[in-house]
Design a protein around this ligand. Structure first.
Ligand SMILES: O=C(CO)[C@H](O)[C@H](O)COP(=O)(O)O
Length: 431
């Protein structure tokens, strides 16, 4: 039977143990003390997991690169059954780790993370005596869309080693992994950041257990394109999540939703104009595609360059919304239209259609640079700009923020405080 390993990639020990308890109830077999957890809590967390889960396999994700024997001894003596060594480590490290593993009765799992030639390296470590290998795409690499499945497929055809697989797996990809030859399916984020850890672990269990029915093709044919996946994520997460994922960058200043409750997600058609000149903004509507967002810098927040007639045209052209670094007017008509308008100000007086300015050039809007085609997301907290070349990665990272917050909501609903759940006092900056 394919094993499920829950990867405890959190830094707070109490949360880790609680999550592990729920995951085991949902069907997880192996428990991984994730690398961040080990760095935060040391071997004490291995001892604690050993005591709490006397009958489960405990894996210490040491990701050892050097001095393997000592690190294996440390983890083994604390109660681990399996210790990870990086495939990038020297052969000498792997050989010595194996000797230490034999001495202390544990197994070594070699982690192929970031290996330039994972198949060749897997064969080399197999020749050194390794019998447990992890085909792994790390968390940051996952955010750019990398998946471990293709590497798994190639490796499964070439080795007799027991194969673990990790890299952003969810029920759909866990099923594909199990069908493709994985013996151990490692799942972190999907389980540990869920607001119902037990249920998420059970979903993985169900998917993996169903791997003998259903074809790989049918599972793979459900896969969405990157663009579809990204839009779906942006519609789900908030601008606050996206801003967190961008390390607080990307949020426009001084611009807010004028139609509360409306969310927009789309590509920017940019306009730069001056002093209430509304010709270019209105012309931009005509060249936009349905679903686009017209993003305008006007440079004068007291003369309106967008009103009821422009709004009606935008509605008819099926635009997603408009973002105005400047003023709007005809607010009653705009409200009636229900069209999402984000702006800096509302005033009665308009400028003239002189035709000064440009469409689809780099602009600065709400103090943020916006290029044509950048992704714009707006909601009641404001507007964020996501550069198009990093849009998929930012979407994936913001989904992780969203999931983590869902889990925290669950913990607070169950009696924790925010400071308590995050062990804030312990983690305050010390200089
Ligand atoms: O070792 C890890 C990161 O280096 C993770 O534990 C592993 O990738 C599983 O987590 P996820 O499912 O979130 O990818």
């Amino acid at each position: 039977m394919v094993k499920i390993q829950v990867a405890l990639d959190v830094i707070e020990s109490d949360r880790a143990v609680k999550i592990a308890e729920e995951a085991v109830l949902g069907g997880a077999d192996w428990i991984e003390a994730g690398t961040p957890l080990i760095k935060s809590a040391g071997m004490d967390i291995i001892r604690r997991l050993r005591e709490t889960f006397p009958n489960n396999i405990i894996l210490a994700d040491m990701k050892t690169m050097d001095v393997g024997a000592a690190e294996v001894e440390m983890a083994a003596k604390s109660g681990a059954n399996v210790v990870t060594i990086l495939a990038a480590a020297d052969d000498a490290v792997i050989r010595d780790s194996l000797l230490s593993a034999k001495k202390y009765g544990v197994r070594i799992m070699v982690d192929l993370i970031s290996s330039p030639d994972p198949i060749a390296r897997a064969k080399e470590v197999e020749a050194l005596g390794i019998d447990l290998i992890n085909v792994h795409v790390g968390i940051d690499a996952q955010m750019t869309g990398e998946s471990p499945i293709e590497k798994l497929r190639k490796l499964a055809a070439e080795t007799d080693m027991e194969i673990a697989v990790a890299g952003g797996l969810n029920p759909e990809t866990a099923l594909i992994a199990a069908q493709t030859g994985a013996d151990i399916v490692i799942v972190g984020s999907y389980i540990i950041n869920s607001d119902n850890v037990k249920q998420s672990a059970a979903e993985i269990r169900k998917a993996v257990d169903s791997s003998e029915s259903g074809s790989i093709e049918s599972a793979e044919s459900n896969k969405k394109s990157k663009e579809e996946e990204m839009i779906e994520i942006f519609r789900k997460v908030s601008t606050s999540n996206i801003s967190d994922a961008m390390h607080r960058k990307g949020a426009m200043q001084g611009i807010s939703s004028k139609i509360p409750g409306k969310k927009i997600v789309g590509k920017a058609v940019t306009v730069r104009t001056f002093g209430g000149d509304w010709a270019k903004p209105v012309e931009a509507i005509d060249i936009s595609e349905p679903g686009d967002i017209v993003v305008i810098y006007n440079g004068d927040r007291d003369i309106a360059m967008w009103g009821g007639l422009a709004t009606l045209t935008a509605v008819n052209r099926k635009l997603e919304g408009v973002v105005v670094d400047g003023a709007i007017r005809d607010y009653d008509e705009i409200r009636q239209s229900d069209f999402p308008v984000f702006a800096a100000n509302i005033v009665p007086n308009a400028g003239d259609p002189k035709g000064l300015g440009e469409i689809n050039v780099e602009i600065v809007c709400g103090n943020q640079t916006v290029n044509p085609g950048d992704y714009i997301v707006g909601d009641d907290s404001g507007v964020v700009v996501v550069p198009k070349d990093r849009a998929y990665e930012i979407a994936r990272r913001s989904e992780e923020v969203w999931k983590r917050e869902k889990r925290l909501f669950d913990e607070i609903n169950n009696g924790k405080t925010l400071a308590g759940a995050l062990e804030l006092l312990k983690w305050e900056t010390r200089k």
